[in-house]
Design a protein around this ligand. Structure first.
Ligand code: HAM
Length: 440
């Protein structure tokens, strides 16, 4: 909608389709969510990293037919360089690991929280920009690394009040498909494209999947074998198909045994239908889902031991996950677990006379230095009724008023405890002392 004002027509005030503004109330929620991401990462001894929002396009243009490549926000910059807004953080992480080279002490345990851009078809919880929390471990070949990551995800859910009745994590291993492909003597080059195609099984009809597999020369008996393997949900059936000595079986069993150690086994379930739509995964893959099955994947990750070598480095064991900021909020709303995020201040400070405005600024400064959150009334001519309303809106604990009579008695102020309505007169030092003694 545009209306003509005196300066011209009004711009479109909505943000571009699929993107969000973060007004204060949403920003408070985002900060709370990110604080939880950070705190869990810290408790697992991960270090925070970040990368540029714009990367060289070639970092993303993998050839396995992934959806994410078609969704790139890419363009040529003014220097004629082909660049793209990052659709995920993993390629940047791999680039940085490569750039820093051997000087690093492995394993690296890094986390990042960053905005990612994908030109998506929008559905509930899927948009064109989202923030992703990533935790990645570089340099550990064993599933002990995946176990740490899964334990971190579960800790995050638990902090938010989500239980294993609400959410599960489906776990599989791409070596299952690899074994099936080997059985049918399908070329290793076809591994990633096959994974990308079969990942679409829950979105596309089976005959479309079959014809896509046929297009990349997967013979029909192999197609049947692959699709059958994806229905497996027990280790016994898996062993029957690919043999107990297979790497996939061993890794999965070890991972589930470790999960018992962490006490997170109730959250995990083996499900061979999880393949993941990104080309680079080589081993364990997992996805968090809501048990009511109303929402899209909450988080996802896996092992990508060969990504660095596709960028010209040495094969380096690596695994990690991405956890978006959108689906989890939908889930918290569904489960009525989303806390309220009011704007809370400790004190509202106001000069009752204009002549005390400068002194009021000093009082606010002193209170803030002591660590208190202070709203100083900077508007002119405000009445007491307005200030009391303001205290209510800001959920303030104390109203600190500067009046000439008290101020002239050695810099005293009137302090109104807004919860008890009790009113006292004291110096700012006495006020700070009493507040810290009361821990308010
Ligand atoms: P991904 O599965 O593409 O994996 O994304 C991870 C998570 O990001 C999803 O489960 C979802 O929570 C969120 N997400 C992805 N796309 C959107 C979207 N359009 N709107 C809202 N949320 C979205 C990766 O990106 C991998 N790089 C993760 C990883 C890290 N693997 C290893 N390390």
């Amino acid at each position: 909608m545009s209306t003509k004002g005196s300066m011209g027509s009004q711009i479109v005030t909505d943000p571009p389709k699929g993107t969000r503004d973060f007004p204060p109330e949403d920003m408070r929620m985002r900060t709370w969510l990110f604080n939880n991401f950070r705190e869990v990462s810290r408790l697992f001894s991960f270090e925070e990293v970040d990368f540029p929002m714009v990367e060289s396009e070639e970092l993303y243009t993998r050839k396995a037919g992934e959806e994410i490549v078609g969704q790139l926000y890419n363009f040529e910059d003014k220097g004629g360089r082909k660049v793209a807004l990052r659709p995920e953080l993993t390629p940047s992480l791999a680039r940085l690991v490569l750039q820093k080279g051997k000087a690093q002490v492995f394993p690296l345990k890094w986390f990042a929280i960053g905005q990612c851009w994908r030109y998506e078809n929008m559905t509930r919880g899927r948009r064109r920009e989202h923030y992703q929390w990533n935790m990645d471990i570089i340099g550990v070949p064993g599933v002990e690394a995946e176990a740490e990551l899964l334990a971190a995800i579960v800790m995050f859910f638990e902090r938010l009040g989500i239980t294993s009745k609400d959410v599960g994590i489906k776990v599989s291993n791409r070596k299952v498909l690899q074994a099936v492909l080997e059985k049918y003597e399908i070329q290793a080059d076809n591994f990633a494209p096959v994974c990308v195609i079969v990942d679409k099984l829950d979105k596309l009809p089976r005959d479309v999947i079959e014809s896509e597999l046929a297009k990349i020369n997967v013979p029909s008996e192999a197609i049947d074998g692959i699709l059958k393997a994806l229905t497996l949900q027990s280790f016994d059936d898996l062993e029957a198909l690919i043999g107990a000595e297979s790497g996939a079986v061993g890794e999965l069993k070890q991972l589930f045994a470790l999960a018992e150690g962490y006490g997170i086994q109730d959250w995990l379930q083996f499900d061979a239908s999880v393949v993941r739509g990104l080309a680079y995964y080589t081993g364990t893959v997992f996805e968090g889902f809501d048990k009511d099955r109303k929402l899209r994947a909450i988080c996802g990750g896996g092992r990508y031991d060969r990504l660095l070598s596709t960028y010209g480095g040495l094969d380096t064991p690596a695994c990690g996950f991405g956890f978006g900021d959108a689906v989890i909020v939908e889930l918290l709303k569904e489960k009525k677990l989303l806390p309220k995020f009011p704007h809370v201040v400790d004190d509202v400070v106001m000069a009752l006379e204009d002549s005390l405005k400068i002194k009021a600024a000093g009082v606010a400064a002193q209170l803030r230095k002591s660590g208190r959150v202070v709203e100083l009334v900077i508007e002119k001519g405000k009445k007491m009724r307005w200030v009391l309303k303001q205290c209510e809106t800001l959920n303030a604990k104390f109203l600190v008023l500067l009046g000439t009579t008290e101020w002239e008695q050695g810099g005293k102020v009137t302090v109104k405890n807004l919860a008890t309505r009790e009113q006292t007169v004291k110096t700012v030092d006495e006020l700070i002392e009493s507040m810290s003694a009361l821990n308010v």
